[in-house]
Design a protein around this ligand. Structure first.
Ligand code: ZN
Length: 255
């Protein structure tokens, strides 16, 4: 991951996305924000108990780091609905109405698609040929229902993207070191058991990579950050590690 800093706020970039013109993206950490206590410091999640003024200030800081992109949020519900924001014919009139969904796709410039995480994966996608960006919230529930494949499908069917052009970044999230599923026999479908390592730990980084490959994204276009949120609570919010905690901002938009 590439380390960046703007206005005193540190963030990471995926090397395979940072090298492309036409987009801005940021994998933000918990550092550089206004929140206190368990939300310290760059919490962008509302309704978690943090002060609304602090959250608003943090969202503004995130936007400023990315050239003042207008941030679009969704109400993440661990489902597989994909919101399409299409230039000229917006299917969601106002992104601020917060549709319940777990992925966003857009070709609208200067719109920053925000996925909020605290252990779940944000998977950022960009097609530099059609100039289409997407951001996916893939926790284990979204993973076992392949929201990644569904989002690539929305890019191809709605924006004529060729999966072979798509670049992908898999963000900091629960790693195979910490993704323990005690009740995996009831929760995780059998076809995912090949991602189970020792004990009851699962490698959802590899699962996401395979879902991208199956959707037609070339291996050399996929970058996995391999940063575990629970191992690195100095840098990231982790629901499993801390329970009461904030939400990280994972943002991509057409610059
Ligand atoms: Zn870990």
């Amino acid at each position: 991951m590439i380390s960046r800093r703007e206005n005193g706020v540190p963030f990471f970039e995926f090397p395979n996305l940072a090298s492309l013109p036409g987009i801005r993206h940021g994998v933000f950490t918990r550092k550089g924000g206004a929140s206190l206590g368990p939300y310290a410091a760059l919490n962008v999640g509302q309704s978690l108990g943090d002060r609304p003024e602090a959250v608003a200030s943090n969202r503004e800081r995130v936007s400023r780091c990315l050239g003042n992109l207008r941030l679009a949020f969704i109400r993440q519900v661990h489902g597989t609905d994909v919101v399409v924001l299409k230039n000229g014919a917006p299917e969601v009139a106002d992104p601020d109405t917060l549709p319940a969904a777990d992925a966003m796709v857009t070709d609208i410039p200067r719109t920053g698609l925000v996925i909020q995480t605290a252990d779940c994966q944000a998977v950022m996608l960009y097609d530099p040929r059609q100039r289409v960006a997407a951001n996916v919230h893939s926790g284990w529930r979204g993973s076992i229902r392949n929201i990644i494949g569904k989002t690539v499908g929305a890019m191809t069917s709605r924006f004529r993207c060729d999966p072979r052009d798509i670049r992908a970044g898999i963000g900091p999230s629960l790693g195979p070191c910490c993704a323990e599923f005690i009740h995996y026999r009831n929760e995780i479908p059998r076809e995912f058991w090949k991602y189970k390592g020792e004990n009851r730990h699962f490698d959802f980084w590899s699962a996401s990579r395979d879902q991208l490959l199956n959707a037609g994204v070339p291996e050399e276009h996929i970058f996995t950050s391999r940063l575990c949120t629970r191992c690195r609570t100095d840098l990231f919010f982790s629901y499993r590690g801390e329970h009461a905690t904030g939400r990280l901002a994972m943002v991509i938009g057409l610059g």
